[in-house]
Design a protein around this ligand. Structure first.
Ligand code: SAM
Length: 201
């Protein structure tokens, strides 16, 4: 577990500039709109950007007028998010997640995919603990089955069926919207993503 974490942090440290350049401009407006639409109706909902990377989505949610906080396991990504978005960002891993207040929405874009399949139910339960009832989590994984390592990063791939099995192991998260999308980066356009919105019952 520790070794996996070191490999990941090394990747996002050693390739920080390239990763930020490749992902900061990606158009996530479709998923962002679905997520915002699904949040409990509230003036200025609280959103947590979980595994915030370059800070692209933290900035979008902040500019849309929401109260946003973020965290990431990589110090380089924490800095990138804070500098780019102005959103307070903590250094934290999903596996050790804890927070001091609740959120209406948690945005986990292409980040839970680095958590081992066996750890996902507990991680999701911890996130759900900091969601208000009817709160929503957006999550996305590369479409596929099983776990693999590529370029020093480990991935848990997901299908709708395997996601349903993971959610069945959580205390109270139910899936209510699932859709597929193509990777928006031109050099990865053939890769497919599984996107989901899940709700705390
Ligand atoms: C593929 S990037 C996605 C970044 C951003 N959400 C986006 O959509 O561009 C994965 C991010 O998750 C972070 N990450 C990886 N493992 C993590 C973990 N165990 N806990 C928290 N963040 C993690 C990485 O540092 C990286 O910023």
């Amino acid at each position: 577990m520790v070794l996996k974490g070191i490999i990941l942090v090394d990747y996002y440290r050693d390739f920080a500039a390239q990763f930020i350049a490749a992902t900061r401009g990606v158009d996530m407006s479709d998923a962002q709109e679905r997520f915002l639409e699904a949040l409990p109706r509230l003036n200025m909902p609280r959103i947590l950007d979980a595994g915030s990377g370059s800070g692209r989505d933290s900035l979008a949610f902040r500019l849309a007028g929401h109260r946003v906080e973020a965290f990431d396991a990589s110090p380089e990504m924490v800095d990138a998010t804070e500098v780019f978005s102005g959103v307070p960002t903590r250094l934290m891993r999903f596996e050790e997640f804890e927070w001091d207040h609740e959120f209406e929405g948690i945005w986990a874009c292409a980040s839970l995919l680095h958590v081992a399949m066996a750890d996902l139910p507990l991680v999701l339960d911890k996130l759900a603990f900091r969601l208000v009832s009817d709160g929503v989590i957006y999550l996305s994984f590369k479409l596929g089955t099983g776990e693999r390592t590529k370029d020093g990063r480990r991935f848990t791939d997901m299908t709708e069926e395997s996601l349903r099995k993971v959610l069945d192991l959580t205390a109270g998260l139910t899936q209510f919207q699932v859709w597929l999308s193509h990777d928006r980066r031109p050099d990865k356009a053939s890769e497919m993503w599984l996107n989901a919105l899940v709700k705390k019952a």
